[in-house]
Design a protein around this ligand. Structure first.
Ligand code: CTP
Length: 399
């Protein structure tokens, strides 16, 4: 019996089928049992042989081929899969799965699996943007499937726009995360978790604002981690380019005031509140309704203090576990300890924003978690998703 974790990779018929070779190769090198199913049209773009060589498993294409052992192959593969990836996913396979059609090896196996299903679509822009395809994608997302958005660029057909298979490394990372999440404890089941993420804008006039370097990635990863541990998650997000995570209630805001209102509306009902947003401390004193015209001299703007949202949450804390973040460029621990006390927090996650390969806009983070009781957990550099996991491990430890 093979005890390795298993990823089923469904390859459907698009020019990006050759990129699935890199995915299969990378996953196989991570000691994962990779089983490839190709649609008949996929075999017109790439033959099964390289997939076979890279995965060291027979590639399945035909429902009615003579089996190598007696087993009903689409059912045994469906059961064996821990994660099911469809890459590239054409409009056709997305449409079939969304509408319950199971008429070949790939679609029947997907229909029979209980594994997490991830689609990485790739197709012509007009096809991708077609409302029928979008409706099918929305339907599948609601049913718990994950979609890795295609990238934009010049497509094989010469058109320019959205539709290129997402970056292969992003796809691999999503699959590895899904494998890890499968084993996650459901220790937040029934809990309401409120998270804030991203920057806020301080508006100057109708066309100008100041903001900061936050991309929202840390908060979005925390939201996904909480969701995968079983929580009901509300994510209050400042302006970011990130896709809203599936299965999470997202409230989009722009300014400090809007973020404050959205958070306070959800505060009483929350069990855990994590404030990873980089909120602007100042807003412009005199917002101009008209676009400010240039003059001959210097432009002097005056900013006044805005809400400290976390401070307000601390002052009104009842049953909630309140977790803050601290972005520091010096005296990290000392400053963070002050923030725990002043803002009445239970925990604070401190990051050093001076490092180039962690913090803002990076996929990794290096943090220290401090508790109000004086405990200090100094973590290694790790992915933001792992940091999210450590935050929940730490705060759920004693409960
Ligand atoms: N925070 C907030 N409202 C603000 C500023 C910060 O809710 N106006 C929250 C952040 O979301 C974070 C924590 O407070 O969880 C600490 O943010 P940080 O920017 O590190 O600290 P500040 O409190 O703004 O203090 P300073 O800028 O002086 O370091």
């Amino acid at each position: 019996m093979n005890n390795k974790r298993c990823v089923c990779v469904g390859v459907s018929g698009g020019i990006a089928a050759y990129k699935a070779l890199d995915i299969v190769s990378a996953l196989s090198k991570k000691d994962i049992d990779v089983r490839v199913i190709m649609t008949e049209s996929a075999t017109k773009f790439v033959t099964p042989l390289p997939f076979q060589s890279l995965s060291k498993n027979m590639v399945v294409t035909d429902m009615f081929a003579e089996p190598k052992a007696f087993e009903i192959q689409h059912i045994s593969l469906a059961k064996r899969a821990d994660v099911f990836l469809v890459a590239p996913a054409t409009a056709n396979i997305i449409g079939k799965v969304a509408n319950g059609i199971a008429d070949d090896m790939l679609s029947t196996t997907i229909m029979a699996t209980r594994a997490k299903i991830i689609f990485a679509p790739a197709m012509n822009t007009n096809m991708y943007e077609n409302p029928i395809v979008q409706e099918n994608i929305e339907k599948l997302k609601k049913l718990g499937c994950e979609f890795i958005e295609p990238a934009s660029g010049v497509l094989a057909c010469g058109d320019e726009g959205k539709g290129k298979l997402a970056d292969v490394n992003t796809i691999i990372e999503k699959v590895l995360n899904a494998l890890d999440n499968k084993d996650l404890p459901k220790d937040l089941l029934g809990k309401n978790v409120l998270i804030s993420a991203g920057p806020t804008h301080s508006n100057i006039d109708p066309v100008r604002f100041i903001t900061n370097k936050s991309t929202g990635k840390m908060g979005y990863e925390i939201a996904e981690e909480a969701r995968d541990r079983g929580a009901n998650v509300t994510l209050v997000s400042g302006p970011t380019k990130l896709n809203p995570p599936n299965g999470v209630k997202v409230i989009r805001v722009t300014t400090n005031e809007e973020m404050k209102n959205a958070i306070l509306e959800n505060y009483d009902n929350s069990d855990i509140v994590i404030k990873s947003a980089a909120v602007a401390d100042y807003k412009i004193k005199n917002y101009s309704n008209e676009k400010i015209k240039k003059g001959d001299g210097d432009l002097v703007l005056t900013f006044v203090r805005d809400n400290d949202i976390l401070q307000i949450l601390g002052e009104n804390k009842k049953h909630q576990i309140l977790v803050g973040f601290a972005a520091e460029s010096s005296n990290f621990i000392e400053n963070a300890k002050k923030k725990i006390k002043n803002k009445n927090l239970d925990y604070i996650v401190v990051n050093d924003i001076t490092s180039n390969d962690t913090g803002f806009a990076s996929d990794d983070n290096k943090v220290t978690i401090l508790s109000k009781d004086g405990e200090e957990f100094d973590l290694e550099k790790m992915s933001k998703r792992k940091v999210a996991s450590k935050i929940f491990e730490t705060i759920l430890r004693k409960r």
